[in-house]
Design a protein around this ligand. Structure first.
Ligand SMILES: Cc1cc2nc3c(=O)[nH]c(=O)nc-3n(C[C@H](O)[C@H](O)[C@H](O)COP(=O)(O)O)c2cc1C
Length: 399
């Protein structure tokens, strides 16, 4: 039996209905690598003994009957409502909260052969600018312990080509596509947003504000509260599309910036973009990357992302989408516990393109295991019970 889907308000966020909302079970887990799926069909009381579980059980409908989940397991999974509303007043409803991060999944079409993209919660496409960009000089990427450093430099064909080439494809998709946009001036951002407004297949905009503002001597929008507010407000006026704004971690205190973005009319906050970093050439005569600096991503940045989500969740009431180093379900649950209502998977996709889809399945199974029909009760469980209590301490602790 398919559960009736009801969206209810959870704070200012909307997560699928759950009858066990008041039950807050602490997460006890053992971290797993991204490539080993958890047991997605845990035994339920009264179930017949299982023969086999695993990704083949769901993915391969032609598999022998013994490899498929039992009827009871399937019904239990179907009762779980993973939907989430990211823009309550404009409508950006995701079937599940596992998205893919900008710059790590192209325009979605590139992965069509290897992943069932329709089963992803939402796709944030590659950063798109007003005019085409060739990107930075090579080398553009290098591996680091627990992550990678990239300086792609927003290589993209420009907003008009993106609309023409991908719009018609996205229009036929069930999965919402959110276009990540970037610019060097407020006028750039506004013009890109204006061109995307009303384009069929475009479900929302994510502002990448970690870009130099040429009018302010190259100071990034994301590290200047007034610039972050101004660009958000200007784009808000230019479009009715759901608007997500992406925070940079490269600031001393992100909270005033997050609040300014909320006040300026963003529907949701995404956090975080990459951390500014540098690698040295093997002969130690220069910086390794062609652009000198790069953005650090991957598991190494997860604690920073968690800290920022934790801080921001205590000062804004719009939904928070967490990004940074996610490789397994435990990471997703950690971000939910710190107040995120959805997540984006980035760097881990390069090694494991199916991870986002698998995480959706694993989250449903985790809800079943906990006797939940939505993941709402998992959101915010690690936040201080008293508003403002330990948030300030965390932000000010700078060894
Ligand atoms: C190769 C690469 C390209 C990226 N391009 C963009 C981009 O165009 N726009 C953007 O907002 N973020 C971009 N990002 C940042 C990611 O969307 C994400 O915020 C970051 O990688 C942290 O998540 P992760 O640790 O899961 O990768 C890029 C990241 C990588 C690794």
């Amino acid at each position: 039996m398919k559960a009736k889907r009801t969206i209810i308000t959870f704070g200012d966020m909307r997560v699928g209905k759950d009858s066990n909302r008041s039950k807050r079970t602490p997460t006890v887990r053992k971290d797993k690598t991204a490539i080993i799926p958890v047991d997605r069909f845990p035994a339920l009381p009264g179930d017949r003994p299982r023969v086999e579980t695993g990704s083949a059980a769901v993915a391969d409908l032609g598999a022998p009957a013994a490899a498929r989940p039992s009827m009871a397991e399937r019904e239990a999974l179907d009762r779980v409502d993973l939907s989430v509303e990211l823009a309550p007043t404009r409508g950006l409803r995701l079937a599940n909260p596992i998205m893919v991060a900008s710059g790590t999944f192209g325009y979605g079409v590139e992965y069509g052969e290897v992943v069932d993209v329709q089963r992803i919660g939402a796709i944030c496409c590659k950063g798109t600018t007003l005019r085409p960009r060739a990107g930075n000089a090579p080398p553009r990427v290098t591996e680091t312990p627990g992550g990678m450093l990239n300086s792609i430099g927003l290589q993209n064909p420009g907003v008009d080509a993106v609309i023409e080439k991908y719009g018609p494809v996205w229009q036929g998709w069930k999965v919402p596509v959110i276009v990540n946009i970037a610019g060097e001036s407020i006028e750039d951002y506004v013009e890109v947003a204006r061109r995307l407004d009303g384009v069929p297949g475009v479900a929302g905009i994510e502002l990448n504000i970690s870009c130099p503002n040429v009018g302010k001597g190259g100071l990034q929008f994301a590290i200047d509260r007034d610039a972050a507010r101004a660009v958000t407000a200007a784009v808000r006026r230019a479009t009715d599309l759901p608007l997500l704004v992406k925070l940079s971690p490269n600031v001393a205190d992100v909270r005033p910036i997050a609040k300014a973005i909320e006040e300026a009319g963003a529907d949701a906050i995404t956090a975080i973009n990459t951390l500014s970093g540098l690698a040295v050439s093997p002969d130690r005569t220069r910086a390794l990357l062609g652009n000198t600096f790069g953005g650090l991503s991957g598991p190494a940045i997860k604690p920073v992302a968690l800290r920022i989500v934790y801080e921001v969740a205590q000062v804004v009431s719009i939904p928070i989408v967490a990004i940074g180093g996610i490789t397994n379900l435990g990471d997703v649950l950690d971000f939910f516990a710190c107040g995120a209502v959805a997540v984006q998977v980035g760097t881990a996709i390069f090694a494991d393109p199916e991870l986002p889809v698998r995480l959706g399945e694993e989250l449903a199974a985790e809800c079943v295991r906990r006797g939940l029909t939505s993941y709402g009760p998992l959101v915010g469980t690690a936040l201080p019970k008293r508003a403002g209590a330990s948030s300030a301490k965390g932000a000010e602790y700078r060894p």
